[in-house]
Ligand binder design. Sequence first.
Ligand code: G3H
Ligand code: ZN
Length: 288
Amino acid sequence: MKTLRECIAEAEERKVAIGHFNISNIEGFWGIVRAARELAVPVIIGVSEGERDFIGVRQVAAMVASVREESESPIFLNADHTYSFDRVKEAIDAGFDAVIFDGSKLSIEENITETKKCVEYARSTRSEIIVEGELGFIGTSSKLLDAVPEGVGLGADDLVKPDEARRFVTETGVDLFAPAVGNIHGMFKSQPDPALDIDRIKLLRESAGVPLVLHGASGNTDDDIRRAIAAGIAIIHINTEIRVAYRDALRLALQENPDEIVPYKILKSAVQAIQAVVEKKLKLFNSL
Ligand code: G3H
Ligand code: ZN
């Protein structure tokens, strides 16, 4: 089976992107695994600190390892948005393939210091671990929005600048770089999210010198996503759209079958709804 590093290099070469999808439970897990197997493409399962506390850190690692052993499917596990070195270490020690230190709320100096510490620990354990760093605040929650999250700026001056990207990547040694390029966590309730700055993505890919990750891609138009991939995005994160699909399917199942009490029957359509969202995104990201 290919390593995540190899899959990322291949995605960049082919001008496609690997999908990264968050889960909170086993319904999300199967929805994503089935979609990726169906389309025979690599996929990354992401769990934020809260999501992995709910599932269990070592338990989610065991789930991913088990499907890999069973089918050699290129399914990888990422410790999404991690705010402390200790929690990065915990995920690495549990066998995660990738970790993100999220210092986007810190000063660039503090962010560099903490991210570098995570890179050094990863390198001292397993060489294949991928470490991602972030610059620029894009909000913190995968939720439905009425407005741009507080503290997020979308003007050209608010986005990450090429010299900051170069400095951050050079000084930390990260494998992947997640910049603020007009993206926001969460998605607008009734209109598409703001447009991405495609030219900035292009400039940042050149200055960063490592593959770029687009966070907060729920709610962005398909056209923006295609152009972002062409400009240098190699991994794309989706969470809010999955959460909405899960909630809607579950609500409908409970409404339509009020006497049903078997969890796997109630939740069947929720798994299918997640699978449908993930398949649609994987087709877009992989030009299928
Ligand atoms: O890390 C997770 C994401 O960036 C998801 O963002 O909820 O806007 O899809 P989203
Ligand atoms: Zn994110």
